[in-house]
Design a protein. Structure first.
Length: 409
C-alpha cells in the first residue's frame, strides 16, 4: 500500500480530498460537453468561447487567490474555495442562458485556479521540505486514479443519455467538493504569513524573473497534455493505419502508468540539482517519443502501427512523470516560505498555458506539417528540458544575493 497511499496524517488527508474531487471531476469532464449543448441548449461555438474565457480567468486567478491563502491561511481559503466551487457547479443545474452560463463558467474556473494554489500552499506548510515532492507524487497518482474511475461513471451517464443522468453527474461533482472541503477542514491550519514590510510588493512572484522563466519552460514541457488528449487522436486517424480506438488505449496506458510508477520515479528528485538533471532526461525522453510517434505514419499495417504507438506512449509517459517530479521540486523549493500560495498559483499557470496554446500549435506542427513537425516538437521538449539547469542556477543566485539583505533587515 505504500506505493499508492501516502503516509498517515496530513498527506493522507490531502490525498483523500484529491481522490474525492477527482472522482467528481472525471465524471464532469466526460459529460460536460454534451450537458452544455443538450441540456443547457448552447451551441458548440458558444460553449468553446465560454470555456476559453473561463479557463483564462482561472489561470490568472491563481496568483491573487494564492496570495489570499498566504495572507489568511491556506486551509481556510482552500475550504472556502471548495465550497464556492460546489456552488458554481450547482448553478450549472439551473442556468440556461449564455450570459449567465459565461458568468458561472468564469466563477467555476476562477475558484478552481485558486483552490489549486491554496492546496499546494497547504501541502507546503504541512509537509517537511524534503517530503513535498514525494507527497505531491502521491497526489498525482491519486488524481489519475480518481479521474479514470470518474470518467467511467460519466460514461454510464453518456450511455443512459438522459437529462436526469447528466444532472446527477453535475450534482455528484458539486457534492464531491463539499465532502473534500469537510476533509480539508479537519487539517491543522498553516499560520498565515506576516504582513509584508513597507515598500515590499504584495505579489512578489510577478517580479521574480528566473521563476517566470522556469514557468515558461514548464509550459513547453506540459505540451505533452494536449498532445495526448487532443492531437494524437487526430494523428492516428489521419496519418496511421492504427484503429481509431487506439487513442483511448494510449490515454489509458498513460493514466495507469502514472498511478503505478509516479511515486517511484519521484524518489529520484531530492533537491534542485537532481530536479535539473531529471528535467534534462525528461526532455530527451520526450524527443525520443516524438521520433517514435513520427515512425507510426505511413502504410505499416494496423498491428505494426499499434506497436509503434504503444512504444511511443510508454516513452512519453516516462518523460512526463520525470518532468512532473522535477517541476514540483522546483516550484516548492524556489518559492519563499511565506509566499507559497502566490508562487504555486503562478507556477500553476504553466499547464493552463499549454492547454490554451497547445491545440493550435500542435495541430499546425503535427497535422499540417506531418513527420517533420514531430522533430520540431521534440526539439522544443529537449531544449526546454536542458534549459532548466541554467535557469535554476540563475534562480539560486538571485536568492543567495537577496538573503543577506533579508537577514540584515
Amino acid at each position: 500500500m505504500s506505493r499508492f497511499a501516502p503516509p498517515a496524517g496530513p498527506p493522507r488527508a490531502l490525498a483523500l480530498a484529491q481522490l474525492i474531487n477527482s472522482l467528481g471531476d472525471g465524471a464532469f469532464y466526460a459529460c460536460s460537453a454534451l450537458f452544455f449543448t443538450r441540456i443547457v441548449g448552447l451551441s458548440a461555438t458558444r460553449v468553446g468561447i465560454a470555456l476559453t474565457v473561463g479557463w483564462a480567468i482561472g489561470m490568472l486567478a491563481g496568483v491573487p487567490l494564492g496570495h489570499l491563502a498566504d495572507r489568511f491561511g491556506p486551509r481556510r481559503v482552500a475550504v472556502l474555495l471548495a465550497g464556492t466551487t460546489a456552488a458554481t457547479l450547482g448553478a450549472f443545474l439551473v442556468v440556461r442562458s449564455f450570459p449567465l452560463f459565461l458568468l458561472v463558467v468564469c466563477g467555476y474556473a476562477g475558484c478552481q485556479g485558486g483552490l489549486t494554489s491554496a492546496r499546494q500552499a497547504l501541502l507546503a506548510g504541512l509537509v517537511a521540505p524534503g517530503e513535498r515532492t514525494r507527497v505531491r507524487a502521491y497526489l498525482q497518482s491519486t488524481l489519475n486514479a480518481g479521474l479514470a474511475v470518474g470518467a467511467g461513471l460519466g460514461g454510464l451517464a453518456l450511455y443512459v443519455d438522459s437529462p436526469p443522468a447528466y444532472l446527477a453527474v453535475f450534482a455528484m461533482d458539486a457534492a464531491s467538493f463539499l465532502v473534500a472541503a469537510a476533509v480539508l477542514r479537519r487539517l491543522p491550519e498553516v499560520p498565515p504569513a506576516p504582513v509584508g514590510r513597507a515598500g515590499e510588493p504584495r505579489l512578489a512572484v510577478l517580479r521574480d524573473r528566473p521563476f517566470a522563466l522556469l514557468t515558461l519552460l514548464n509550459a513547453i514541457m506540459y505540451l505533452n497534455m494536449p498532445l495526448l488528449s487532443l492531437v494524437l487522436p487526430l494523428w492516428i486517424v489521419t496519418h496511421t493505419d492504427a484503429p481509431k480506438p487506439m487513442a483511448a488505449a494510449l490515454l489509458l496506458v498513460n493514466m495507469l502508468s502514472v498511478v503505478l510508477f509516479q511515486v517511484r520515479l519521484a524518489r529520484r528528485v531530492t533537491d534542485l540539482r537532481t530536479a535539473a538533471r531529471v528535467s534534462a532526461r525528461a526532455g530527451a525522453l520526450m524527443l525520443a517519443a516524438c521520433a517514435v510517434y513520427a515512425g507510426s505514419s505511413g502504410h505499416l499495417g494496423p498491428w505494426a502501427a499499434v506497436a509503434v504507438l504503444l512504444l511511443a506512449a510508454a516513452i512519453q509517459v516516462a518523460g512526463e512523470m520525470m518532468q512532473g517530479a522535477a517541476a514540483w521540486e522546483l516550484g516548492f523549493t524556489l518559492a519563499p516560505a511565506d509566499k507559497q500560495g502566490q508562487y504555486q498559483g503562478f507556477f500553476g499557470m504553466a499547464p493552463q498555458i499549454a492547454r490554451m496554446l497547445g491545440p493550435a500549435v500542435l495541430t499546425t506542427l503535427l497535422i499540417s506539417w506531418g513527420t517533420p513537425g514531430w522533430f520540431v516538437l521534440g526539439g522544443l521538449f529537449l531544449g526546454a528540458g536542458l534549459a532548466v539547469g541554467p535557469v535554476t542556477r540563475y534562480a539560486e543566485r538571485t536568492r543567495a544575493t537577496a538573503q543577506p539583505v533579508t537577514a540584515a533587515t
